[in-house]
Design a protein around this ligand. Sequence first.
Ligand code: PNS
Length: 167
Amino acid sequence: MKIAVYPGSFDPITYGHLDVVARAAAVFDRVVLGVLLNPHKGAPIFPTDERVKVVREAIDEYCTAEVAGRIDVESFDGLTVEFCRHRGATFVVRGLRAISDFESELQMAHTNRKLAPEVDTVFFMTALEHSYLSSSLVKEIAAFGGDVTQMVPPAVSGRLAARSRGL
Ligand code: PNS
């Protein structure tokens, strides 16, 4: 069975991430979406347990039941490759939106391969219509009360709207 881990902050998950995870599920038997805190990115808008819940809801909305049933959502701490070993995954999935993503993704892929030669990284080019999207921009737009419904699934936009109303 081919298992892949798709690691990321997913703070919040966007349609770009959903496009990548659905396409990864067409290639791998099982995809484990691993949610973690990226210490380089500052405090998250949603705590980890809420992000896991939101991601699960978003996948169940976006994917067919058959595809959603082959995608697990979990949080983890520590190294991505250790999480891969823990889950029996031999692939890491990442999305590439533009050439600007490439340098850091290349470095991560080589580093992960050095740490765990049995784990390879597979990149999916984010669909063109989502390639402008970033979680940081979504947070900025939502913070100023802008409309993010074309960028994130209802599971996210509903919560962002509730937050901006102070709920
Ligand atoms: O969504 P992000 O924040 O771009 O994801 C970055 C992430 C989480 C994939 C990366 O920071 C990561 O793998 N962190 C776990 C710690 C680790 O394994 N570091 C070495 C990887 S080079």
